[in-house]
Write a protein that binds this ligand. Structure first.
Ligand SMILES: [Zn+2]
Length: 355
């Protein structure tokens, strides 16, 4: 049988050659000469391209007569996914329970240690099991559970979306400057909510693509005005209660800087701004970089001013950590949301790094 090369099969083959773990779970590849199928990341020696075909799922590969590889076990659920499924299961148990459950009780129902369960639950949902139950009782999460599967889907998405793949999507999806996009997108809808955090108030807004603004301030009305300036043509709505989970995850980044925000993001900016913002996300919590060093890292040592203005144009506080860039002298320099907040954020991060 002659394999027909399509753009999709070509991308899949590249993922196989790169042994890209991010492709695991999206498809499997099968080798005609051995009758075996594998995950994209399998470590076995690669067969020749003409002997390889792709299937969307292990079931499809088996239906075509292939056997699973013993080494990468493509028919088994990936351990990461397995863990997230336990959290999904825990959410179902919590949703079905009329009575509040203790941490021990719920952890034992999904066969995990209370400590590990608590940690994983928070990283997947953005809330502690206790806060989740409070939200449930208040009926806030109930609306998100409407339809059962949607919440599962949303959590898997939140847990598995990686920063880098998002940027690729955003680049291709946007493919133009923010201004052009704004002019051409009068039908954009942005919903948002304002929540208290240790830094004052935090406004989190999302579009259909993901979180599109995180703003910090003291005054709710001024935060709303700032959002209106960023999205002048958009319809701005108060977010529904289910959105609180995502907000909690963003605010969680303040308390636990090591916990990267894995929510899908909607980043609007010029190609250069996006490169700067991407580089900012690579600065680990507890560390800082000068504008100059960042410009060098981007391969444009003369562009430290442009880098500084890209930092100032950031509209995703915390998520894109522009607060981690300082002057070469070590002076804090400006911060869109106040130098005092910048100092506080950096202090919290270096403290949590020591711990
Ligand atoms: Zn394999």
């Amino acid at each position: 049988m002659k394999t027909i090369a399509t753009p999709q099969s070509e991308r899949r083959w590249q993922a196989v050659l790169a042994r890209d773990t991010k492709a695991d779970g999206r498809f499997v590849f099968a080798v005609n000469t051995t009758g075996i199928y594998c995950r994209p990341s399998c470590r076995v020696r690669h067969a020749r391209r003409e002997n390889v075909q792709f299937f969307d799922s292990p079931d499809a590969a088996e239906a075509a007569g292939f056997r699973p590889c013993k080494r990468c076990q493509p028919d088994r659920i990936h351990p990461d996914q397995q863990r997230v499924q336990r959290i999904v299961e825990a959410c179902r148990i919590l949703a079905a329970s009329e009575m509040p459950l203790t941490l021990n009780a719920i952890a034992s129902q999904v066969a995990m240690s209370p400590w590990h369960f608590h940690r994983l639950f928070k990283s997947v949902t953005g809330l502690t099991p206790k806060a989740w139950q409070q939200a449930l009782r208040a009926g806030r999460v109930r609306s998100a559970l409407h339809g059962g599967e949607t919440v599962t889907r949303a959590m898997l998405d939140a847990g598995f979306q990686t920063g880098s793949s998002f940027y690729h999507q955003a680049d291709t999806a946007l493919g133009m400057t923010a201004q052009q996009y704004r002019r051409g997108a009068p039908d954009l809808t942005v919903d948002y909510t304002v929540a208290p955090c240790v830094l004052g108030l935090c406004l989190v807004a999302r579009s259909a693509r993901g979180i599109c603004a995180v703003l910090l301030g003291e005054d709710e009305n001024r935060l709303r005005d700032e959002l209106a300036q960023l999205f002048p043509h958009a319809t701005r709505l108060d977010a529904d209660a289910a959105f609180n989970q995502q907000v909690a995850q963003v605010i969680g980044c303040i308390d636990h800087p090591q916990l990267a925000c894995e929510l899908p993001l909607d980043i609007r900016g010029t190609a250069f701004q996006q490169r700067v913002w991407q580089a900012l996300r690579a600065i680990p919590p507890g560390e800082t970089l000068s504008y100059q060093a960042l410009a060098q890292r981007l391969g444009q040592p003369g562009a430290s001013r442009a880098v500084a203005s890209a930092c100032a144009a950031n509209r995703l506080a915390l998520v894109i950590p522009c607060h981690r860039v300082v002057r070469s002298s070590g002076a804090l320099a400006g911060y869109r949301w106040g130098t005092e907040r910048k100092a506080m954020l950096l202090a919290r991060e270096s403290k949590s790094k020591e711990e």
